[in-house]
Design a protein around this ligand. Sequence first.
Ligand code: GCU
Length: 461
Amino acid sequence: MKKVLSISFALMISSLAIAQFSRQAQDSIRQLTQADYTNMLEQTGIASTRQGPSGTPGQPNSANTDESKATQYASLPDPLILNNGKKVKSAKVWWNKRRPEIVELFDREIYGRVPANVPGVKWEVKTTTNDSVAKIPVITKTLVGHVDNSLYPSINVDIDLTLVTPAKVTGPVPVIMEFGFVFRPRTTPAPQAQTAAARPQATGSRPQGPAGPTWQQQVLEAGWGYAIIVPGSIQADNGAGLKSGIIGLTNKGQPRKPDDWGALRAWAWGAAQALDYFETDKAVDAKKIGIEGLSRYGKAAIVTMAYDQRFAIGFIGSSGAGGTKLYRRIFGEQVENLAGSDEYHWFAGNFIKYAADPLTQKDLPVDSHELVAMCAPRPVFISAGSPTVEGGWVDGKGMFLGGALASPVYELLGRKGMGTIEMPPIETSLTTGDVAFRQHSGGHTTGPNWPYFIQWAKRYF
Ligand code: GCU
């Protein structure tokens, strides 16, 4: 029963992004999403896709949660073998040849490319307030990143960012930025028919973690600051929104091409713009910026770390499929789910091909251990919840393996990897290396892992 509840919770979260809209707006989002999805199937020449398994246990098509059936692949792509078959033996070959090869494959087949014409952002500090968080005096700045829309003035993109730094400090502080589960009402009209779909009716935030000090308080107690960036202010979380937001702006309101970026890269791009701002703020040590997120925003956090080498550390919460979980594992969520009309907007259109015969996840030219490897040598902490409380959908072991199998790249670069490829028991921290893992006993949250992340991150900050 517990398991049933927890997996349904994951599904509930999946629909959270559109549950905030009125019934009418939800219908409109679905219709516009379907039209955009069909357009992408036409562009990629896909007649039909396979259906993904169900997240509800006990159905004929339930997702597999039996470990003995999970490893149906014979081998994984090797992050240290070049496309020409040669072994990478030096850091130089990794940086100059192999890493660029891996980046190109993730760009083209999975997350999509950031277009060359992506415009600049001008940051405006809207308010600066002296207040306190759990009795700690802080300075809170609310900011808006105005994206230059001279390219296509009917699409406006204003990135929402909040920065909170401790007031009683003598120098710049490290900052942990979270992709916040915050839904922002549009303040400007959306283009064309997307108006109704793109206008949230309410704001809301993610269900809270466990009782005790909040993550914000814990971060401040470590002497650091924190920031929250609102993903929906960069790019909407549905296919209907792909002709607006930063993706729509660069495409001048037209549909994406098959290798164009999806929402995950767009959110990561937004985080990089925030880092640009941090580089100009004297309260912040921009060489010590961490990125954290949960679930779809855990995926966004690992993509941010992988693509922008200025991010110093990552805390990747229950990122599951499309995050650090190996795509090739038949356990929990599958490529077919990610490539369906509810989630394809997170990825490049090309990714849908792997859910359409004759291709399968085994044909992906890379797997997610290579996404973690793209972060090397920078530290990454992979967080999971309990399989009985959070459920199997996120595939804790698959996420662990994504980190563990990236270790050879960390080692090539003179760092320490996970130290094992054996999945540890629950509540056992693997935090001796630069790729860390911990499965807490709670549900779909990073909550209980914050103290362990902070303790480990202090080695670097
Ligand atoms: C669904 C989806 C996951 C995603 C999660 C979330 O469960 O299948 O891939 O991570 O929603 O973001 O909450």
